[in-house]
Write a protein that binds this ligand. Sequence first.
Ligand SMILES: [Zn+2]
Length: 377
Amino acid sequence: MKKTFKYRLLGNRETFGRADRWLYLCRQLYNSALAERIYAYRGQRVSLSSYSQIKELPELKVAMPEYREVGSQVLQDVLERLYRAYKAFFRRRANREGKGGFPRFRGRYRYDSFTLKQAGWTLEDRYLSIRNVGKFKLRLSRPIEGTIKTITIRRESTGKWYACFSCDNVPERKLPESDRVIGIDVGIKSFCVDSDGNGTDNPQYLKQSQRDLRVKQRTLFRRKKSGMRRVKARLQVAKAHEKVRNQRSDFLHKLANYYVRNYGVIAVENLNIRGMVRNHKLARSISDAGWGMFVGLMDYKAAEAGRTLIRIPRFEPSSKMCSECGAINQELKLSDRQWVCQNCGALHDRDFNAAKNIFRVGQTLQEVTYAGAQSVS
Ligand SMILES: [Zn+2]
């Protein structure tokens, strides 16, 4: 199993200064490699491969000796990132998803990490040493497991540094088997609702931090483009952001743990948030609440525990269908919290009814899977 472990990095000013310099050099390389690709394409209609750009790295080091201090694999990774950005752009264009999104030149605040592969670092106890950068102390909250594949060093907008260890062969920790099935749907008035009738709302402290963040964002917006007060406001926003992020992550981890621990099969609707732009308000509340992250967490936690997470393809009448008799209520509006089925007379709470429908589809798909048909993802 794959897993990523993230830790705060502690170190002295000089070490962070050198890591900052690596970020600067990587960003310059990214931008010039992007310029080179655009130029080659406009001029001679050729698409450069990342391979041909990687081949030029030794020449770069001769022409610009400052690049000698940065590990070769780190520089290769910069070019691979650019390649991935290109690939994603062409894929989106081919599938007509969204608007373009051509790879962009990265400004100072838009390039915040570099990645080490197998070489150029050592890990001893709580200390991570990177060649030509220095020694960092890791704030180890839990031990690293498995085989380390890559280490990504990131500077967050608050100025704090983190290391993400991406590991392979992490041992699974299976839970005792459970045949309990649950359907979970994104709620409109609460964060989520399940088919057992439990609704969970975003915790109050998180809402408070979100309000606080919005106030600080407005302050930043009012500040003049240049000037110390803007720099300060930017840092305030970054800190408020970090607080919201941490609190949300904590909340979502606990909630995901609850479902994975208590249910063998978890069904969720595969929401395409981008496809929901027609309904701005709903799409916003869903992405705000971190629904995607919640499902992602359940996904890996379920895999780790030997549970099944089923993503049900989005089906239109999930909230409009009566979970008792299957009749469809075409008149249902987003503002209707409760409704009565005209066919069988059942009284429904909107969110709870949708969760029950997801539960039923999940149950059916699960039986199909058990029957030996192709697994459903
Ligand atoms: Zn009904």
